[in-house]
Design a protein around this ligand. Structure first.
Ligand SMILES: [Zn+2]
Length: 110
């Protein structure tokens, strides 16, 4: 299995487990790593790598926004998975409209 395939699977797992959003984060910025653990691969983002920080909306109205860290390659893997899932990442106004994957239509409804 290639590294890309491993990252893709981990990004998919992170999406499924809710560690990464299915929509556009509140804010994304990059900078030199500070040793924070990558949310996708679980290894630290070291100072010679780009650290992608995502500010995520709170899971519920009473919560506070959280920040997660990703390697450049892990960030890319997440974006590729979003495209595969046809998530609304490209919509500028999509910040507050994260779709819930489990909200399926009732059985038998067409
Ligand atoms: Zn990573």
């Amino acid at each position: 299995m290639t590294d890309d395939a491993v990252l893709a699977r981990r990004a998919r797992d992170a999406l499924r487990e809710g560690r990464l959003p299915l929509g556009r984060p509140v804010r994304v910025w990059g900078g030199p790593g500070g040793g924070d653990l990558c949310i996708v691969c679980g290894t630290p983002v070291s100072a010679d790598e780009i650290d992608y920080e995502l500010a995520l909306p709170p899971a519920d109205s009473g919560g506070s926004a959280t920040t997660v860290h990703l390697h450049q390659g892990c960030f890319r893997a997440w974006q590729i998975e979003l495209e595969r899932l046809d998530a609304p990442l490209s919509r500028e106004s999509g910040a507050g409209t994260i779709r819930h994957p489990h909200r399926a239509a009732p059985e038998g409804a067409e």
